[in-house]
Design a protein around this ligand. Structure first.
Ligand code: DX5
Ligand code: ZN
Length: 214
């Protein structure tokens, strides 16, 4: 699956920018609060408008503090997948339960330096694991291949039937890096600058699909 990240899109033309990647599996929406990460993007009002403007399932990536309070409303609004950060949550499974009860898939994200082992037990409460391959906060950073070991660990558990999860990666994905991520067993690839910093975002998505399969 390919999930273009609108972080690199033109925020004044979000409906058009979504239409430009029609046929993508998910549309990745980065919500930042200037506290959990040193950047500020958009929130629930923009997500609600975007839901009316596109049929692509929204993959909301919440880089925010206090997800117990702020994450469920994104599910209530109609996001397909609501992912929050393990580092920001006191009770990740409880937040996942509330997201699911509100009708969305629940995702857990971990930053590049966060180990996966402490979270393996609770991954059964989630539908998605989002492995960050850059420090969250900004688009256009370089891919960190060392995070792929975490993806491989989880991939093995999924393949063994011990977990049911979409394994997603976010940060620095482009035509060159996507192959190694695919090899590590990633199911869903987020790409911001590699899609939207081009003349033809639709063609960029097709190129990423081809590069992942090669
Ligand atoms: C970064 C965001 C990413 C960002 C990726 O914190 O979570 O989704 O859009 O951008 P690229 O693909 O340019 O690394
Ligand atoms: Zn993201």
């Amino acid at each position: 699956m390919i999930a273009p990240s609108i972080l690199s899109a033109d925020f004044a033309r979000l409906a058009d920018e979504a239409a430009a990647v029609a046929g993508s599996d998910w549309l990745h929406v980065d919500v930042m609060d200037a506290h959990f990460v040193p950047n500020l993007t958009l929130g629930l009002p923009v997500v609600s408008s975007l839901l009316k403007a596109t049929d692509i399932p929204l993959d909301c990536h919440l880089m925010i503090e206090d997800p117990a309070r702020w994450a469920p409303p994104y599910a209530e609004a109609g996001a397909y997948n609501v992912t929050f950060h393990a580092e920001a949550a006191d009770d990740p499974s409880g937040v996942a339960r509330d997201i699911r009860a509100a009708g969305a898939k629940a995702g857990l994200s971990i930053k590049p330096n966060t180990p996966i082992e402490p979270y393996l037990e609770i991954l059964r409460d989630f539908d998605t694991l989002l492995v960050m391959s850059v420090e969250p906060g900004f688009g256009g950073q370089s891919f960190m291949p060392e995070v792929l070991d975490k993806a491989r660990t989880v991939r093995r558990l999924v393949d063994a039937g011990e977990l049911r999860l979409v394994v997603e990666i976010d940060g620095g994905i482009n035509d060159d890096t996507i192959a190694q991520a695919a090899e590590a067993g990633i199911d869903c690839f987020v790409a911001g600058s590699a899609v939207y910093n081009t003349d033809d975002p639709g063609r960029a998505v097709a190129a990423l699909r081809a590069a992942a399969a090669s």
